[in-house]
Every structure is written in C-alpha cells, then in structure tokens.
Design a protein around this ligand. Structure first.
Ligand code: ATP
Ligand code: MG
Length: 313
C-alpha cells in the first residue's frame, strides 16, 4: 500500500511517500530539491523561490499559511500585514490577498500552490494526507481541506504535525514503547511549535500545544547578519543563512576572508534561545506534567540542527 503525505509549511513544503513500511521525501522535479519554499507568483503560478527569481511586489505571495482560516482582525493577520510585500484586505472579516488584478482567498492561494507542488513532485495518486499544526482551529482545518480540493487532491485526512513527527520517529525506531509521553519541539524557519503527546498503543493524542508564530530560524539568520555587521562584514540574508548552516557543523568557518566562530554569534543566539523556554513550560503546565515525566523529546524543524538549541532543551 502506498500513501502520500504533504507538509504544507509556512516557509517550506515537502511531499513524502510511505510505501512498504518506509517513507521518503519526493524530489521536486523542477528545482531538484526535497523541499519547496511555500511561495507562489501570479499569474504565472510559478512556485518556490529559486535564487534567480526575485519576488514581485503584489504578485508574489509568501507565508499564506498564516492567513488561512483566520479573521482579518486576528493579531496574527495584523502582524502579517506589517511584514509582507503584498496587500491584505478585509472582506467580511476574512483576510483576502489583493494582487494586481485579482483578489484571492488564502485557501485559493494554498490550493493553487498545492496543485503546482503535486504536479512538480509527480504525485500520480491523488489520495493524500495533509499535515496541520496541532493548534489549528476547526475553521483553519476546514479551509486547509478546501485548499486540498481546489488543488484537485483527495484529502483522506488531516494529521497534526507533531503526530506526524512522532509517527515518523516510531517508524524508524527499533525499541517501540507502548505508552509514553513525547514532547515535540519544532523550530522551523518562521514558526515555533511545542506539543506534548501521549502515546497509547498505536494512538497519539495531543495533550497540549503552544508556540510562537513569529519566531524561527529566520530570526537566527538575521542575528548572524547582525553579528557580521558588528564586525564590519556585509552579508546578504542568503549568505548569512549559508554561514549559519556551516556553523551548525563546524566550530569556525572562513567567511569573506575572516574566521567566524560560534563565539561571534553566540551572544545573539542566546537572546533568541531564551524565547524557547516559555512555550515549553506552557505546554507542560497545560498538560499538567512535570518535566521529568516526559519520556522523549523529538527535535524537528531545520533550526533544531543548531547545537545551542539542544543545550536549552
Ligand atoms: N544545518 C542547519 N543548521 C542551522 N539551521 C538550519 C540548518 N538547516 C536548516 N536550517 C534552518 O531551518 C529553517 C528551516 O526549517 P524548516 O524547513 O523546518 O522550516 P519550515 O517547516 O519551512 O518552517 P515553518 O515550520 O515555520 O513553516 C531555516 O531557518 C534554515 O536556515
Ligand atoms: Mg515546519
């Protein structure tokens, strides 16, 4: 039996196939990569963001997941309005994206994106599982399902993102436990999610979820950029991000003729790492648990590859 799963992320999306007990991510045939930036440009419907296509004002839409199923007056939407390069307008308290010559709903945009993503990853079977954050409301889930049907996909179910991470861990792990409490810490590019799950046999239940929708790896990249500027090195966001990745694997890196070490960035990172604590404590208190009751912590999301995070957790 084969099934397809799509992680429609705020910043990056990924399609995976589960077959004969193993799962593997599917390559985007256009970019050659395993993940695709969750960005779409109208009217060409080009998705992703290669280094050569710069976003076009009022035509390129990013972070549309932050709008789906929300009300225009939600704090998240208001925050998003300040950050993006496209117009978000109010239509009956729904946030709508106003492009040059059309006004689109977040579910339409997500649907257009998913359709292109499915095409580019060659999904030839259209029964799929879509993952959604654990905290998604009924309306957010409904609109995500609608996006799936706009894309022409047959959504067999929605799966909570931390549950997907825990299931993936279970597939790979040799000593499976029957009952345990698992904390999933997901620090992505733009969002931070913490969830506590209870595993009972094959079933996972989300006991609590908390996080910060405007905090993630991009803030760490900005911190690297700032640390470089402090020592008079100019870098683009992309250069700073590449350097950040290298520094998660090596103590020092040669960058533009200078040795950059962890010491250079650690102070900036510490301030960011402090923001990890609150949601972690929040989920524990919401689930009525003490830290020592957690049997396992799963670190997922690209930014958890940075060493300093492990120290905090
Ligand atoms: N080796 C690495 N070292 C440090 N950071 C990394 C590494 N690899 C990826 N990242 C960072 O992880 C982030 C991307 O993570 P991920 O792909 O999990 O995000 P995402 O799922 O798209 O985001 P979100 O969950 O917010 O939608 C980026 O900030 C990237 O720089
Ligand atoms: Mg993610």
């Amino acid at each position: 039996m084969k099934s397809i799963g799509i992680d429609l992320g705020t910043c990056n999306s990924c399609v995976a196939e589960f077959k004969d007990g193993v799962s593997r991510a599917l390559v985007n045939m256009v970019s050659g990569k395993l993940t695709t930036p969750s960005v779409i440009t109208y009217p060409s419907l080009l998705i992703g963001q290669s280094e050569k296509d710069a976003p076009i004002q009022n035509q390129t839409v990013s972070s549309f997941k932050r709008l789906i199923g929300r009300r225009f007056t939600d704090q998240e939407v208001q925050e998003q309005i300040k950050r993006v390069d496209y117009k978000i307008v109010n239509q009956n308290d729904q946030p709508m994206v106003k492009l040059l010559d059309q006004v689109l709903s977040p579910s339409q945009i997500s649907g257009d994106f998913l359709k292109q993503l499915a095409k580019q990853t060659n999904i030839n079977q259209n029964k799929v599982v879509l993952t959604v954050p654990a905290y998604f409301s009924h309306q957010q889930k409904l609109q995500t399902e609608k996006a799936g049907s706009i894309a022409g996909l047959d959504i067999s179910r929605l799966l909570a993102e931390p549950t997907a991470a825990a299931l993936q861990y279970d597939i790979q792990s040799k000593n499976k436990q029957q009952n345990e409490l698992v904390m999933v810490v997901d620090l992505g590019a733009g969002t931070f999610d913490v969830s506590v799950l209870e595993k009972s046999g094959e079933i996972y239940t989300v006991l609590a979820a908390a996080g910060n929708n405007f905090y993630g790896g991009d803030d760490y990249t900005t911190a690297v950029k700032k640390a470089l500027a402090d020592i008079n090195i100019e870098a683009t966001f992309k250069e700073a991000e590449d350097l950040k990745h290298l520094l998660s694997q090596a103590e020092t890196v040669d960058f533009k003729g200078q040795h950059i070490s962890h010491k250079h960035i650690s102070q900036q990172f510490q301030a960011l790492d402090e923001r990890l604590t609150k949601p972690i404590l929040q989920t524990l208190s919401d689930a009525n648990l003490k830290p020592e009751q957690i049997n396992k912590i799963l670190l997922v999301g690209g930014q958890t590859k940075q060493m300093t995070l492990e120290n905090v957790v």
